[in-house]
Design a protein around this ligand. Structure first.
Ligand code: GCU
Length: 611
């Protein structure tokens, strides 16, 4: 059994990463180590793209500098899988294929579920070169080309990453990752000018502009190919241009103009909403916030600004509609942001394969933005992702970012299983089924039908139906004894009207709104009759029972794999699946009791609902 969780889907690579400095060198070294005869032909105009051709008993890989490396890893993976490695020229669907680490310099990771940071510890850089190189290999093997090392919530000392104090260290990491075609992005603090002595960070103040120009020149003297900055401004207590009564185009353009001479980009997050909302006030509806803050600014952003928009209007809940902002602003460059870290989706304890979510987005969003980002699920755990099976989300994300609409979550999963567990793994089909069913199972036992937010406050793992109900974050469902959900139609908050006409119409009416999002868009009575004739209440009960049964089945399936995996790995997984069942039971019982206490209507099938 070759399987080694540490080496993810690249079990065939050497333990020691070759100490290369450029993508082409890396490609050559990896191919040589594997004894593969391949001629490398750099054709710069192919950019990140590549082509693989047969050449006698060897191969030719043509591509731009990075394309050659992607082609080399593709070739090695295909050979390992026993698949035909040759391909016509392939180009990535997205230009920037980014990973955002939410690593703090004290070593903790915000919403991290796989240990600590492998970049930072005790407020300084602390990293193992071989691990960082293996990380580079993993990322390059699925075509990821830019990473942010530090959390979007930037606090001291991370705010110094773009100052003389820490730039020498940033440069060292940039030098290592350059060999894997990866460029760095730094998360910056909008108030840095003030921290460093200016009296203002007002984007229209010339002193502030001069400050950033100088700062950015300095940064590029250390890291000449820095991809750019990532900024979370005026969001969850972070400073931003609103503090100076400036809009977000004015705020973003300030930094974009400083970056422009160096070909850098400014990535500006649109996660801006009122996080001190009063639950008594029904006039504010949080999902409307991103659109309200940005849509009117279309055309006002400089051409090196990228607006990074979360896939849903809320915050990475299990089921959300696609953010209306992604349909708007045709004159503005955007990136879609996903969260591989399973903050609301099981925290890398519960199984949750994300491909379905990405398919759902592609199904409704006709024009995908040119860039893509994901919050990572990585940490310093031996297996990188806490749950070994969560590695699949990173692999599939990279593949999806390359393939775009040609992405097929099932096919990619098959490859991942083959690469990770070996071609002779007897339980391939079973594992595939488990993973493909995982999102549906999780959705059923947690907050189904688009409800969301019924999680334990702060930790976001486990149930708490009213945990956020009377809080300040704008995350309510307003359940009472008759109905649950928020009316976001034109008769309610009007959120549905932020969509293009066709979708607005679809979502506006409970009869046409996809049922899985019914309670996101509508406030419904428990006796509402669903498409299959069941009442809404019965559906809520059924889903929770079915979700729990699904989690139990996952555990059973895993138990059946004993002996088919290295024992330690199997036991590790067993612990996760047991915890998942416990979590699912907790959700099922508490949610059913919650709705039963309101309605006093028993389950039609007579299953136990506790009082
Ligand atoms: C969520 C998450 C925060 C994070 C924020 C963000 O709200 O809970 O920890 O900072 O998203 O995306 O900025």
């Amino acid at each position: 059994m070759l399987f080694c969780a540490k080496k993810c889907w690249l079990p065939f690579l050497s333990d020691e990463s070759p100490k290369t400095t450029s993508p082409v060198d890396t490609a050559r070294a990896e191919l040589t180590q594997m004894g593969v005869n391949a001629a490398l032909k750099v054709e710069e105009k192919m950019g990140d793209g590549y082509a693989i051709e047969k050449n006698g008993d060897g191969y030719v890989i043509r591509g731009g500098e990075k394309g050659i490396l992607y082609g080399a890893y593709r070739l090695l993976q295909k050979m390992y899988l026993g698949q035909d490695a040759c391909c016509e020229e392939t180009q990535p669907a997205y230009q920037l294929r980014m990973l955002n680490h939410w690593d703090n310099m004290n070593g903790q990771i915000e919403r991290g579920y796989a240990g600590h940071s492998f970049f930072f510890k005790d407020s300084r850089f602390c990293w193992d070169e071989n691990r960082i190189r293996f990380y580079g290999r993993m990322l390059a093997s699925v075509g990821i080309n830019a990473v942010t090392l530090n959390n979007v919530n930037v606090h001291y000392p991370a705010d110094r990453l773009c100052t003389e104090e820490l730039l020498p260290e940033v440069k060292k990491i940039a030098d290592v990752l350059r060999a894997y075609g990866i460029r760095l992005i730094i998360s910056v603090d909008y108030a840095l000018p003030v921290t460093l002595g200016l009296e203002t960070a007002d984007p229209l103040d010339e002193r502030v502009q001069a400050f950033w120009n100088k700062q950015v020149d300095l940064i590029y003297s250390y890291v000449p190919d820095l991809c750019g900055f990532l900024v979370k401004a005026d969001s969850e207590f972070r400073p931003g241009p609103y503090m100076y009564k400036r809009n977000h185009a004015e705020g973003a353009n300030l930094l974009a103009r400083a970056l422009k001479p160096h070909n850098g980009v400014l990535i500006w997050r649109c996660f801006v909403y009122n996080c001190r909302q009063n639950w008594r006030d029904h006039s504010i509806d949080r999902p409307k916030a991103a659109y309200e803050n940005y849509a009117y600014l279309d055309g006002k952003f400089d051409d090196n600004v990228i607006l990074q928009v979360k896939n849903g209007p809320y915050d990475f809940q299990v089921r959300e509609p696609v953010s209306p902002l992604l349909f708007a602003m045709p004159g503005t460059c955007k990136a879609i942001e996903y969260q591989l870290a399973q903050e609301y989706t099981g925290q890398q304890i519960d199984l949750y394969y994300m491909a379905e979510v990405w398919h759902e987005v592609m199904d409704v969003l006709e024009d995908m933005p040119p860039h893509i980002a994901a919050v990572t699920n990585l940490g310093d755990d031996e297996n990188w992702t806490g749950h070994t099976l969560a590695q699949a989300n990173l692999y599939a994300y990279g593949e999806m970012a390359w393939l775009g609409r040609a992405f097929d979550g099932t096919k990619v999963l098959k490859d991942w299983i083959g690469l990770t567990f070996g071609q002779d793994f007897e339980e391939k089909d079973r594992l595939e089924k488990m993973m493909l069913s995982s999102r549906g199972i999780y959705e059923k036992y947690t907050a189904n039908l688009g409800l969301g937010w019924m999680v334990t406050p702060h930790s976001h793992y486990g149930p708490d139906a009213e945990g956020y109900e009377y809080d300040l974050w704008g995350t309510y469902h307003r359940a009472n004894r008759e109905a649950v959900g928020i009316d976001r139609s034109d008769k309610g908050t009007g959120y549905a009207q932020q969509y293009p006409e066709k979708l607005a119409k679809l979502y506006n009416d409970p009869a046409t709104c996809p049922e899985k999002m019914l309670l996101f868009f509508h406030r419904m009575r428990y006796d509402y009759v669903m498409q299959d004739g069941r009442t809404l209440l019965q559906r809520l009960y059924d889903d929770h029972f079915e979700g729990l049964a699904g989690a139990e089945k996952l555990l059973e399936d895993w138990q059946a794999m004993e002996g088919k995996l290295p024992q330690a790995e199997w036991e590790y997984g067993l612990d996760r699946f047991r915890r998942q069942v416990e979590n699912a039971r907790n959700w099922c019982d508490r949610m059913n009791t919650y709705f039963h206490r309101f309605t006093l209507i028993p389950d039609e099938k007579g299953r136990t609902i506790y009082d």
